[in-house]
Structures are given as structure tokens and as C-alpha cells.
Write a protein that binds this ligand. Structure first.
Ligand SMILES: Nc1nc2c(ncn2[C@@H]2O[C@H](COP(=O)(O)OP(=O)(O)OP(=O)(O)O)[C@@H](O)[C@H]2O)c(=O)[nH]1
Ligand SMILES: [Mg+2]
Length: 397
């Protein structure tokens, strides 16, 4: 351990060494890392201990999975997904931030529950163009949620499966305090916000130690490749992988390597909903919220259930943010009312497989209808790439 660490950090490190249970060790090491100042001289200590942390978290996740498969207990916080799952979260405060009011505004599902503390998840269905969005209000998060305070672990673990998280912030309260609490707990629960997973893979091999390969031009442009490779090897080794290939496809950091080694890390799209926009001074506060967080959060909306202010194309905003493409299937000239939701740049093949494998196996050709093009109706093959709102009729042999 580096000798130029502050005494609190050293003391915390000792607590980590003395801790017995795995969860306690993880907690102490996390606390230690938060006390280490981040600069060149501590870089190695930080990287090494972060990778130790990743290894312990892997072990914990492994134990949890094992436990789950033995117990098969359904938690009251667990929600079966239906359609696109949008989860509303906030930090705990009295009176509440306004999640139940929003849920009710969108879905009509919680009229008599506004103003009452939500202890268990509340669910409603919001429909937009026949697309079903499952809106879930989670009980609010308290400080220390990631360590289990106020059922925090159960709540946070449900967020991991969501398609979209909406952080609800009371515009009549202290926005920074609310944001800091939520961002801290989400980060501790290994939920990464509005970023792409790192452009690197780690595969175990039988022999040949650890090899680090830079696969693209962008990856080869990273400065000091030699040093980076050595640091990556240390981290991967520390995580118990002694033979393997690390492939790097773009700009990466050592934290990215650790994230890839931590199975509990998930990447989520998150937007911010400012609530109670009818109360005084909330416009100024909303402007501040936008200014401070718009780098990390491309979508920040001001809302008020009192004044019924809410974007009436909320469904459209969600689909765009999640980069979902609507494809309408057609059969015998009749267009389905409900679209298929596909991920970015879907091909006819993807659509055929999504409808039913037989459409792919016996595929002959497809007809697509695209509004706004000169040749509106086209005959196409399996590799044709579709756009939002295309109509597709698949013909089979
Ligand atoms: N002025 C105003 N008050 C609101 C608005 N939305 C909610 N409230 C009030 O804020 C209080 C809390 O609203 P809830 O919707 O229950 O808040 P919550 O986030 O669900 O609260 P918890 O479930 O306890 O975390 C209630 O008294 C609501 O009437 C709003 O847009 N404007
Ligand atoms: Mg509520």
C-alpha cells in the first residue's frame, strides 16, 4: 500500500483487513477507496484495490445466485416485466416527491394512494400508440440504501432489470441533495448511468498468460499502451484470471476493465423528472437542474400533476431515448395496430425471427411500405435495414 495516504484511509484499510464477513469486507474496502485522494501517486493503489473489490463482488454475486436458486423466494419488491418497464425512483422525504401522483397521472392506477407513503411497488400501465409501458413506482431510497437501509438492496436490485429509470426530483426541495443521494446509491449498487458498456472483452484461455490486444485504430491511439497493458494484466491477474485475452476496441480506462470484471455492473438509461413544477420558484430551480445535470442526462423534464403539465408524447420521448424502432407487420393488406419494438437498425431477418422462426426458415421475400419515400412500396430481401414506422409484409414459400 502506498505510504502517502491520509491516516483515515490507512485506518479504514486496517478495518478492511480485520473484517470477517465478505459483505463487511466489501463495505470497508469501498469506504477506504472513497477516502483515497485520486492522483498519480495513488493510481496504482486505487486500481489494485478496485480490482480486489470487483473480485469480492463477483464472489458475493455468485453466492447470491446460489442462494436464490436454493430458496426460490419471490421478494415482494420483485416485479414481473410487462411491455417496456419504466421505474420511478426518488429519495425519501416527507411529504413525498410526487411519484405516486405521476404514476396516477400517467396510468390512473393510484388515485387513493397519493400522499400516502409507498412501502411496496405500485404498478400501472401507460399506453401510447398501442404500446404498453409498465410504470412502476418503487419505494423511495434512503441514505445507505445500497448497504440495505430501508429495503434498499431489494429496491435497487429491481432497478437492474428495468428498461428505463426515471429519477424524480422535487423541484420545491434541495435538488442537489436529492441528486447526490440517488447518484451515490445507484453507483454503489453498480448501476452505471447513460453510458455505453466499455469497448473491451476479457476471455479466459487455457494457457499463455494474459495478452492485451488493441483491436482498432482508435484503441491503438491510446497513449502509453505499454504501461496500460501492464496495469491491465495486474488487474486481471488480481481477479483470479491468469490466462486470458483482453481485446480493446476503443478508448478505455482502468475502471472500465474493473467494470467488465464485475458481473454486478449494469448499464441503464436514466432520465430526470422534476416534480411539483407549479410551486413558486420551481422554474428557476428547474433551470439549475438542467444546467447542472444535462451533460450526463440528455432528458430532463419539468412536470406538475397539479397543473397537469406533462409531455403528452411521453411515449415518443421514451422510444427515442431507448432507440426503439417501431415495425408494423402486415398480413393480407391489413396492418397490425400494435407495432413490434426492435433495437436500432433492425433487418428484415431480425423481424422475421421475432415474429416466428418459420418466417425466417421459409422466407421468400418481403414487401415494405415506407411513408415519405418516392418509391413507397418495395420488394426486399432478408438483409434490408428497416426504419422507424416501416410496414412489413413477409412472404413465405
Ligand atoms: N403542488 C404539487 N404537489 C404535488 C405534486 N405532485 C405531488 N404533490 C403532493 O406531494 C405529496 C406527495 O406526493 P406522492 O405522489 O404521494 O409522493 P411519493 O413520491 O409517491 O411519496 P412516497 O411514496 O412517500 O415516497 C402529496 O401531498 C401530493 O399531493 C405536484 O405536481 N404539485
Ligand atoms: Mg408514493
Amino acid at each position: 500500500m502506498s505510504s502517502n495516504l491520509p491516516p483515515q484511509a490507512k485506518a479504514k484499510y486496517q478495518e478492511y483487513l480485520d473484517a470477517g464477513a465478505l459483505e463487511e469486507r466489501i463495505k470497508k474496502l469501498e469506504e477506504f477507496l472513497s477516502l483515497v485522494p485520486k492522483h498519480k501517486a495513488t493510481e496504482k493503489t486505487v486500481a489494485l484495490n478496485k480490482s480486489r473489490l470487483a473480485k469480492m463482488k463477483r464472489e458475493l454475486e455468485h453466492r447470491r445466485q446460489k442462494q436464490k436458486s436454493i430458496q426460490k423466494i419471490v421478494s415482494p419488491f420483485s416485479i414481473k416485466k410487462e411491455g417496456i418497464q419504466v421505474i420511478l425512483i426518488s429519495c425519501f422525504q416527507t411529504p413525498g416527491v410526487g411519484k405516486t401522483a405521476l404514476l396516477n397521472y400517467l396510468t390512473g392506477a393510484a388515485e387513493d394512494k397519493i400522499g400516502k407513503f409507498t412501502a411496496l411497488p405500485e404498478i400501472g400501465i401507460y399506453q401510447y400508440q398501442k404500446i404498453r409501458f409498465q410504470i412502476v413506482e418503487m419505494p423511495s431510497l434512503m441514505e445507505g440504501a445500497a448497504d440495505g437501509v430501508g429495503n434498499g438492496k431489494e429496491i435497487l436490485s429491481q432497478l437492474r432489470a428495468a428498461d428505463l429509470l426515471c429519477i424524480c426530483i422535487d423541484l420545491s426541495g434541495n435538488i442537489e441533495k436529492q441528486m447526490n443521494l440517488l447518484l451515490t446509491e445507484l453507483s454503489k449498487a453498480d448501476i452505471r448511468i447513460n453510458i455505453q458498456p466499455p469497448s473491451l472483452t476479457i476471455e479466459k484461455t487455457g494457457a499463455n498468460k494474459i495478452q492485451v490486444l488493441y483491436m482498432t485504430k482508435k484503441a491503438k491511439e491510446i497513449e502509453k499502451l505499454g504501461d496500460l497493458s501492464e496495469q491491465i494484466k495486474d488487474i486481471v491477474n488480481e481477479n483470479g484470471i491468469h490466462n486470458g485475452i483482453v481485446k480493446i476496441y476503443g478508448k478505455i480506462t482502468l475502471d472500465d476493465v474493473i467494470d467488465v470484471l464485475t458481473p454486478s455492473v449494469v448499464y441503464k438509461k436514466v432520465m430526470i423528472l422534476g416534480t411539483k413544477g407549479d410551486l413558486s420558484h420551481t422554474q428557476e430551480i428547474f433551470d439549475k437542474l438542467e444546467k447542472k445535470y444535462s451533460d450526463k442526462f440528455p432528458i430532463i423534464l419539468g412536470t406538475s400533476f397539479q397543473k397537469e403539465t406533462f409531455p403528452n408524447d411521453f411515449g415518443e420521448i421514451i422510444l427515442k431515448f431507448l432507440q426503439k424502432i417501431r415495425i408494423y407487420t402486415m398480413s393480407g393488406g391489413i396492418v397490425a395496430e400494435q407495432p413490434l419494438l426492435m433495437d436500432k437498425n433492425p433487418s428484415i431477418k431480425d423481424v422475421a425471427l421475432k415474429v416466428h422462426r418459420s418466417f425466417y426458415n421459409s422466407f421468400e421475400h418481403a414487401i415494405i411500405i415506407r411513408e415519405g419515400e418516392r418509391q413507397k412500396r418495395k420488394k426486399v430481401g432478408l438483409n434490408y435495414i428497416l426504419k422507424d414506422n416501416d410496414i412489413v409484409e413477409i412472404h413465405i414459400t
